[in-house]
Design a protein around this ligand. Structure first.
Ligand code: IP8
Length: 256
């Protein structure tokens, strides 16, 4: 645990998990508290020593983004629109931080809008410098990033999703394990059953209703494809899987 470059665990808390998606800018307090409890106890007893948290937008970011017609590929040149999205997301981020602090987790915010860019336009790669996050980790903090606006060459500001951030962080920091916690208990097959383990996209493409070639619609198929490409094992699980995941056990669907 003294090795400053020890690989971290990267955990995404889905926006749908920690907010009430039916009410604008409303937390799901019970779900957020339970997630923060699991994080705090895993850190306190050493089950996890280095952790980066990412959270999505849920009922905070998404309605502002869609009101202004902003998405991961459609940008805005309107500073007011950028502020609506960013302010809602920093408000959610503050709520997450507060609840972690209440449990003595040394969480600090890292805001992607101030850090990141799409240098080649909306379809290009995300540039996410990681020196601040890596140094914070080395100093014993738990960086907490979030879906946000992101400067995008030729398009103003687009949205960066929590899922994109998870992939960048996992690759850039050489994550040990990646966890994606949402309201679904895992990747589901066409009968609604959790698929325990996925090691190739072809094996599950039919079950996910996705064509191997094109998947612009995103959703779970795109997520699975990106998580498969990582070196680190990834798990997709629901609230009940968070504690086992943080303890190093399999939870939900293992993607590796
Ligand atoms: O909920 C996007 O993050 P996501 C957040 O992870 C915004 O897709 C700014 C709409």
């Amino acid at each position: 645990t003294d090795d400053a470059s020890a690989p971290p665990v990267v955990l995404k808390l889905g926006g749908s998990l920690i907010t009430d998606k039916n009410r604008p800018e409303t937390l799901d307090d019970a779900a957020l508290a339970a997630a923060c409890d699991a994080v705090a106890s895993a850190l306190a007893d050493g089950a996890v020593d280095r952790l980066v948290v990412v959270h999505g937008g849920g009922s905070f970011g998404h309605h502002h983004a869609s009101e202004h017609g902003v998405s991961t590929t459609a940008g805005t040149a309107d500073a007011g629109a950028v502020m609506d999205i960013h302010s809602a997301m920093t408000e959610l981020n503050r709520a997450v931080l507060n609840r972690l602090h209440e449990r003595d987790v040394p969480a600090v915010p890292v805001h992607p809008l101030s850090l990141s860019a799409r240098l080649e336009g909306p379809d290009g790669d995300l540039d996410l410098p990681l020196s601040s996050t890596a140094t914070l980790l080395g100093e014993g903090f738990v960086p907490v990033l979030h879906g946000d606006g992101v400067a995008t060459a030729g398009a103003g500001v687009t949205v960066v999703s929590g899922d994109e951030l998870v992939v960048e962080l996992a690759v850039g920091l050489g994550a040990r394990r990646v966890g994606v916690c949402s309201t679904v208990p895992g990747v589901l097959d066409s009968d609604g059953e959790v698929i325990p383990s996925i090691d190739s996209f072809e094996a599950v493409a039919d079950a996910l209703g996705a064509s191997d070639a094109t998947d612009v619609s995103g959703g779970m198929a795109a997520k699975v494809r990106e998580l498969l490409a990582l070196d680190a094992p990834a798990h997709v699980f629901g609230a009940a899987g968070l504690e086992p995941f943080l303890r190093g056990e399999d939870a939900g669907t293992r993607i590796d």
